[in-house]
Design a protein around this ligand. Structure first.
Ligand SMILES: CN(C)C(=N)NCCC[C@H](N)C(=O)O
Length: 307
């Protein structure tokens, strides 16, 4: 067994009380912890909490998923986001940098001596957010559909899940809902990402400037902290529309028709109250810090090498 799998996350109260965390074979209630599992489970839990009403919270969702679908259940729908992450982030950061270049006529290097105005940073961030929607929308839809499949792994005699994998999911959506079906929820995604990515880059710039002497480049620690907080703040603002986006993406499958973003908002609030907008907020914010700290550090290093 890999050393990572040896670290257990003892879910059952009996294990917590007895402190018997080190056991030979995983048993119901004890979830093996692995970094990749942790990352995937966060994404899956977030999507399920936002679109399904059967879970009482993060803990309940993790335990039920593990019991019904085993450890592999947490990796559902992950191959597409992993394959697409480089493309989507390149579009976002590429459009952001080039828009800032066009607006300020200064290169990345010159920008430390002549920092761009926050209005320019906001505008460039919004443009990046708007443009990334075109490539993010189909990948995100497929991820949400696959992560919402709660069937356990195929066993002889048990009905197969609706989608057998990402390619089958994409082909089925095209056949059943038309090619435009792949862009279901794209309006909500655009409304989510355009302003929040403006906020994301402004927060990052502001925090970097607060912790860096004038004219100097921010240290790696400043970049990590500023990137992490920019991620948390932008996801906190984005969560209400993230819930609506995920529900609209699932609507085609459930043959549920929303007349638009406002209709989806109104019907979700009518049925579940205002709290619906905050579903997945904790988990979104928790994953946002490490993910965005690393994203900004990579961005800064790449610009220093090539900028
Ligand atoms: C609030 N939003 C939408 C963002 N801050 N987006 C940019 C962050 C990208 C990163 N892949 C992430 O998932 O956090």
């Amino acid at each position: 067994m890999s050393p990572w799998l040896m670290g257990r996350f003892p879910i059952s109260p009996a294990l917590l009380v007895s402190g018997r965390a080190e056991q030979e074979e995983p048993e119901a209630g004890a979830i093996p912890v692995h970094p990749s599992w942790a990352a995937c489970s966060v994404l899956l839990t977030q999507v399920r909490l936002q679109t399904q009403t059967t879970y009482r919270g993060i803990f309940d969702c993790v335990v039920k998923t593990y019991r019904h679908e085993s450890l592999l259940g947490f990796f559902k729908g992950m191959s597409f986001p992993i394959a697409s992450i480089a493309v989507v982030n390149s579009v976002l950061f590429g459009v952001y940098s080039n828009t800032l270049l066009a607006l300020t006529a200064t290169s990345h290097r010159e920008r430390r001596a002549q920092p761009p105005s926050y209005a320019h940073v906001f505008l460039a961030g919004c443009t990046g957010g708007f443009m990334q929607v075109y490539c993010l929308a189909p990948f995100d839809l497929i991820k949400v559909r696959l992560q919402n499949q709660t069937e356990p792994r195929a066993r002889p005699g048990s009905p197969p899940p609706r989608y057998r994998g990402p390619v089958h999911c994409a082909v089925s959506i095209c056949q059943e809902e038309g090619p435009r079906g792949l862009f279901r929820g794209a309006w909500a995604l655009m409304l989510r990402d355009t302003p929040t990515l403006g906020i994301y880059f402004v927060t990052y710039e502001w925090l970097c400037r607060q912790s860096t002497p004038e004219g100097q480049s921010p240290s790696s620690a400043s970049v990590l902290v500023a990137g992490g907080f920019a991620g948390i703040l932008s996801w906190a603002v984005a969560t209400p529309l993230d819930v609506i986006k995920s529900r609209m993406q699932m609507a085609g499958l459930k043959h549920r028709v929303y007349r638009g973003v406002l209709d989806c908002m109104a019907s979700s609030v009518r049925q579940e109250g205002l709290g619906v907008f905050f579903r997945g907020l904790t988990i979104n914010s928790a994953r946002a810090f490490p993910v965005n700290a690393v994203i900004f550090l990579s961005y800064e290093y790449l610009l220093r090498w090539w900028g």
